[in-house]
Design a binder for this molecule. Sequence first.
Ligand code: ADP
Length: 451
Amino acid sequence: MPWLLPRLVALVLGTWAGMVLGAAAGEWIGKPTLGMVVGAGAAVVAMAVLDALRARRLIEWLRRSSYGAPPVEDGLWSELTYRAERQLRLRERALEQEQERLAQFLQAMDASPNGVLLLDADGQIDWGNAVAADHFGIDPVRDRGQRLTNLVRTPAFVDYLQQEGNPAQPVVVPSPLGRQTLSVLVRRYGDKGLTLVISQDVTQRERHDAMRRDFVANVSHEMRTPLTVLSGFIETLSVLPLTEVERRRVLKLMGQQTTRMQALLTDLLALAQLEGSPRPPADQWTAVEPLMKQVRADGEALSAGRHDLHFHLEEGGDIAGSASELLSAVGNLVGNAVRYTPDGGRIDVSWRIRPDGAGEIDVVDTGVGIEREHLPRLTERFYRVDSSRSRDTGGTGLGLSIVKHVIQRHGGEIEIDSQPGKGSRFRLVLPASRVRVRRETPVLLASDATR
Ligand code: ADP
């Protein structure tokens, strides 16, 4: 205690000085002893007052919310001030560190792709991240202290939240604003009955699940018909004695059903391959002209002279992407044009590069056309406007969804325009980044007819 000796010395010296001064003053009135006592007392009182003033300065400094520089003292008071300040600074540091940790922790929760809500024992919102705010349509700051069940009233959600303990499974509910489907999991934590609510947007997953279910149902349905027909014929063949003509007719019908199943499987495999493979490279160029020649040959074979086919290339060009995928997309469109255009109808297939550099492949027919209300759903799997016509002409209901997949994988889009009874136009638009102009004039020239 280095302050103790100076403090005692100051006390003794102060008292002594008071005694000496008091004795000197007492000489005057002839009472030196009394003067000495009064002087010593006055010295002690003066020192006590000084101490009180210093103590007040220290207390005032401690009382202030922002501790600035501490009062300058010496001796005992300097030691006291120093100790107090040190403790304060240590506390301040510890608090700052804790606040920083808390802020980092909250930032981490905010960065979570899942919604996180903390509820108190009464189910009132204590804290929530931005994702939770979006999921539940709440404002974590404004709605702090509100009961979550007052803001989100979906009965399934309210029941789930009010369950005792930790439910084993999350509940899947529509979000209050109805835009998403949420999977919500509740966890109780701590010993004060606090609740952690974790929400996840499962809209896409639910949609995919529904699509998968529909898809399986559709495929089963598509397979069932030809299989039923085939098994019926097999039974007929094995039970009934048929004439040669009848036998040939049955075999022909069986052949048709087999072809139908093969076409379905081919399209299903094509779709699976499109979904499972990476996007076609953007630096692998496919020349448009040979592609169109191939499409033309296939179209002519399918039409077998029943239609008036025209191919028109404004200028040569290359498309960055997969030749086989592009061939299948354009081939499907031309195939549809042939199948949905009555004999004698006209089909025009053209390629052009727009001024903005994008490429356009148009397949225009004068066929049966499509009612406007069907257009948005046309590229869905197994969507058919006229099922019997589609099946009679060998359609699987998957052609346009393959086309859409292919064009989207090439960064482009499909546009459909049609008028019932007049005809349809299917347009594939490829982005400029995947199109390159070829300077030499294509051999397949404007109004180059099939013959
Ligand atoms: P499908 O194998 O049945 O032809 P698609 O996916 O190719 O299946 O086409 C979906 C539906 O769109 C067809 O069933 C048909 O009703 C309609 N469609 C497609 N192309 C044409 C077209 N060029 N003219 C009229 N209708 C068409």
